[in-house]
Design a protein around this ligand. Structure first.
Ligand code: KIV
Length: 286
């Protein structure tokens, strides 16, 4: 039997950056997709609350609950052997207090099986991040476009475009680094702001819509393989259109059944002739 691959840790991410290698992070939502992502060599699998939109059909990540996140995290952590499983904490799970933050992070680790947690928000949320780190759970920060707060941000919009907003992003990033976060996601911010943050921080930056200068890149699997078409942010690159492939398979299946091509002999089970005759003999006369 093939040996199980060595499980990565947050130290491996820092070592990659030190060697000048990029970090890869992908958001997955369930067991089969997490298996594919893990086997491909991706470093971090994010159980992102974007699953509210890609897997649960909500209009945004706002309604996602801690129980829903844990349900998906359990499936994903059962699938993953090598990658770091990052469990996202949803809106409301850490906003009221540091105690809430610790309790939610503990649930994500103990019940969800995640290795680390991620939380959205700038310096206002540094105390929550610090409390979770002090409780022994590594935290990935997330600033810029933080979809949980999209009403405050005015929708899914690029952040940090003005001088003041860009400078605030750097202050946020530094505060979260001081709080002990091991990495930070930069979402939908100008590439040069992300470049500056990457230069000023010691911890790795992982960009999604933040240009090429980040230490790593994140994409949502459903976006990159064409399984989510409600809208496509500018920063998404679609590598394959599985939506079209699946639709074609479903049409082919119906055509096949109508034409008598499915099921064929190789999809059917047989019964020996003598058994069949004996069965007929046991039946009441028709
Ligand atoms: O939920 C998610 O997939 C995320 C990424 C966009 C970083 O938070």
């Amino acid at each position: 039997m093939a040996e199980a691959p060595k499980k990565l840790t947050t130290f491996d991410l820092q070592a990659k950056v030190a060697r000048g290698e990029k970090i890869f992070q992908v958001t997955a939502v369930d067991f089969p997709t997490a298996q594919l992502v893990d086997r491909s060599g991706i470093d971090c699998i994010l159980v992102g609350d974007s699953l509210g939109m890609t897997a649960l059909g909500y209009a945004s990540t706002v309604p996602v609950t801690m129980d829903e996140m844990i349900h998906h995290a359990r499936a994903i952590s059962r699938a993953v052997q090598r990658a770091i499983v990052v469990g996202d904490l949803p809106l409301g799970a850490y906003h009221a207090s540091t105690a809430d933050a610790i309790n939610s992070a503990m649930r994500m680790i103990k019940e969800g099986g995640a290795d680390v947690v991620k939380l959205e928000g700038g310096e206002d949320f540094a105390p929550m991040a610090e409390a979770v780190v002090r409780a022994g759970i590594p935290v990935m920060a997330h600033i810029g476009l933080t979809p949980q707060l999209m009403s405050k941000l005015g929708g899914f919009r690029v952040q940090g475009r003005s001088a003041e907003a860009g400078a605030q992003l750097l202050r946020d990033a530094l505060a979260l680094e001081r709080a002990g976060c091991f990495a930070i996601v930069l979402e939908a911010i100008p590439d040069r702001v992300a470049g500056l943050i990457t230069e000023r921080l010691q911890i790795p930056t992982i960009g999604i819509g933040a240009g090429p200068q980040c230490d790593g890149q994140n994409l949502v699997l459903h976006d990159m393989v064409g399984l989510f078409d409600r809208f496509t942010p500018k920063f998404v690159k679609r590598y394959v259109n599985c939506g079209d492939l699946i639709s074609k398979a479903l049409t082919d299946f119906q055509d096949d059944v109508k034409a008598g091509g499915f099921p064929a002999a190789e999809h059917s089970f047989t019964m020996k002739d003598d058994e069949y005759q004996a069965m007929l003999a046991k039946l009441p006369k028709a």
